[in-house]
Design a protein around this ligand. Structure first.
Ligand code: FNR
Length: 188
């Protein structure tokens, strides 16, 4: 059985290193994972005023998550947390009250930055948000990736064997996590 994974890139940058990482992750993922990016850059800033009448962008976001079996977050660290654009998207997805798109959804978290701790603090921040949203997070392995440009090819393929091993293991475990969660909590 194939699993549909909706993935978020937390950066809006045209030169995003997290987009590079997302391509690398897709290139090493098990064959039975099917990926669709869920865009976040077109969303207005969330307000509860929209709850009674979501705009098309908000509806599309929620529909894309609902069409997924699992979600994967590939995020930068901004000021020791996640970028506002990603938090905004999560806020949209979590509302209106009682219609939280992440409820019981298998989720994975990963990210890269040039620093030695490779988005560790942002990932912990994101995990807190996803806990409140009742997502079923993969808690291990964690992956804090220090970005080294020479480790990636032009299309995101992984050129360094050690990194390739880490990312391959992460995606295999993520696949198994999805299967475990959906066995207990099948999506309609
Ligand atoms: C950063 N950066 C950063 N890096 C880090 O490791 N910890 C941090 O707290 C921050 N804070 C931060 C804030 C803001 C506003 C910016 C623009 C950048 C540096 C960041 O890791 C680097 O710019 C990455 O390239 C961002 O990822 P993307 O956008 O290239 O995917």
């Amino acid at each position: 059985m194939a699993y549909k994974v909706g993935y978020f890139v937390g950066s809006l940058s045209s030169t995003s290193i997290n987009r590079t990482l997302s391509k690398a992750l897709l290139s090493v993922a098990p064959q039975d994972l099917e990926f669709t990016e869920i865009p976040i850059g077109n969303l207005p800033l969330y307000s509860a005023d929209f709850d009674g009448n979501y705009p098309p962008e908000g509806k599309a976001l929620k529909e894309a998550i609902a069409a997924s079996d699992a979600v994967l977050f590939v995020t930068p660290e901004y000021n020791r947390s996640i970028p506002g654009a990603l938090k905004n998207a999560i806020d949209w997805a979590s509302r209106p009250y009682g219609e939280n798109a992440f409820d019981h959804m298998p989720a994975g978290v990963i990210g890269t930055s040039p620093s030695g701790i490779g988005t560790a603090v942002a990932q912990q921040s994101l995990r807190g948000v996803l806990s409140f949203c009742n997502a079923r997070q993969m808690t291990a392995p964690e992956a804090y990736i220090t970005f080294k440009p020479e480790a990636y090819g032009e299309n995101g393929e992984v050129l360094e064997e050690e990194l390739k091993g880490i990312l391959t293991a992460f995606m295999q475990e993520f696949r198994d996590h999805i299967e475990r969660v959906l066995t207990v909590l099948p999506r309609d």
